[in-house]
Design a protein around this ligand. Structure first.
Ligand SMILES: NC(=O)c1ccc[n+]([C@@H]2O[C@H](COP(=O)([O-])OP(=O)(O)OC[C@H]3O[C@@H](n4cnc5c(N)ncnc54)[C@H](OP(=O)(O)O)[C@@H]3O)[C@@H](O)[C@H]2O)c1
Length: 346
């Protein structure tokens, strides 16, 4: 469908621009970042738009409004397949049809089963619709959102900080601090990138953490989550940190239950900072999607192990991970890795 060489060049440039527009929205959570450019039949930009967040018009509608009458006969270049469902705003596919758009080129196919099928709706209305142009770049805009829409749960990164011999706390329970100041600053960046930070009640009672992101430039604090049946004391720092609304206690021990609860709250990515008990539960349930592991140059010889027994008796049954990156952070070594999963993520 991308015919002329010129057409291909224009479409690619417009998609690059649509991706830049999508990046204008710092945080449309729980919605995805989307950008849209409208090109006239002669290749001129006649409208641009991006989505700012819940309740705000979608990128296509903003671009159509900007283009006015010039939208008729135009090509819409959009980072995500136009939606076909009625949410807080109307379906974008219908808005494009109503504006007499001639053709729609999109990057990422909508992984949200509720919103999907916009392309079919466009084709039924006689509009050319083609996806997959710069799809990898568009996916980067909304990695966690895409995962959550596809798998029906938030993406989970387990972060742990251990000694050389795999201990996360000494025999007396002390664990602050195993890693260097630089590594702890690095963890604040992980918190800034997550929708939620989670610990179990064990870590709550031993460390009384705030779980806030303490980077000066942070725009939005992650939701602070404590999981476990014991009550969270009124004076716990995690309860009192600002904003107080960004705290939730999930009084349940099932990882699946906790993640479903968080998804309902619009959480698409979780930083699991819990202790060994929570780590084991999530690993055993196959609910760890990424590991960020800091190794500190310390030896304890005893103390809490990073994970208690997983019930694995033979090397053949070991949980295996693919290393993505290794780098030094201050005195510590950070290893990023993901579980060895099937290509479809199952
Ligand atoms: N170095 C590190 O990176 C790091 C990070 C975090 C913690 N730590 C250290 O780890 C120690 C705390 O370890 P921990 O294992 O007690 O902490 P935890 O994993 O954060 O919390 C465990 C508690 O969570 C509840 N829970 C929630 N979901 C559960 C499930 N699926 N299965 C079982 N229990 C569940 C249980 O309490 P209920 O009875 O309330 O249900 C359980 O006792 C502390 O010394 C802390 O300093 C180290």
């Amino acid at each position: 469908m991308l015919g002329r060489d010129n057409d291909r060049v224009e479409i690619t440039a417009a998609m690059q621009r649509a991706i830049e527009l999508a990046q204008q929205s710092s945080d449309p959570s729980p919605n995805p970042r989307v950008g849209c450019v409208l090109l006239s039949p002669t290749g001129e930009v006649v409208g641009e738009g991006w989505h700012e967040g819940p309740g705000q018009p979608h990128a296509e509608v903003v671009a159509l409004t900007n283009a006015g009458q010039q939208a008729a006969g135009a090509t819409a270049v959009v980072t995500l397949e136009p939606c076909s469902h009625v949410g807080r705003t109307g379906p974008c596919a219908q808005a494009l049809i109503d504006a007499s758009i001639a053709r729609v080129i999109y990057a990422q196919t909508d992984p949200n089963p509720e919103a999907a099928d916009g392309a079919s709706r466009l084709r039924e209305a006689g509009i050319q619709a083609e996806g997959g142009i710069m799809a990898a770049e568009a996916l980067e805009l909304n990695r966690a959102w895409s995962f959550a829409m596809k798998f029906g749960r938030p993406w989970v990164r387990w972060k742990t900080a251990a000694t050389l011999d795999g201990r996360v706390a000494a025999v007396d329970g002390s664990s602050q601090w195993i890693t260097s100041e630089d590594a702890r600053q690095d963890v604040h960046q992980l918190r800034a990138e997550a929708d939620a930070v989670m610990v179990g009640t064990g870590t709550l009672f031993s460390d009384d953490p705030e779980l806030t992101c303490r980077l000066p430039e942070v725009q939005r604090q992650p939701l602070r989550v404590v999981v476990g049946q014991r009550a969270v004391p009124a004076q716990a720092r995690v309860r009192l940190a600002e904003p107080m609304s960004a705290f939730v206690h999930v009084p349940n021990r099932q990882p699946e239950y906790a993640l479903a609860d968080l998804l309902r709250r619009g959480v698409h990515s979780v930083l699991l900072e819990g202790g060994p008990t929570l780590a084991r539960a999530f690993l055993k349930a196959g609910l760890v999607d990424w590991i960020t592991w800091y190794t500190a140059p310390l030896l304890l010889g005893a103390g809490r192990e990073v994970v208690p027994s997983l019930g694995i008796a033979s090397l053949n049954s070991a949980l295996r991970f693919n290393v993505s990156q290794v780098r030094q952070v201050g005195d510590d070594v950070r290893i990023d890795m993901e579980p060895d999963k099937d290509p479809d993520g199952s």
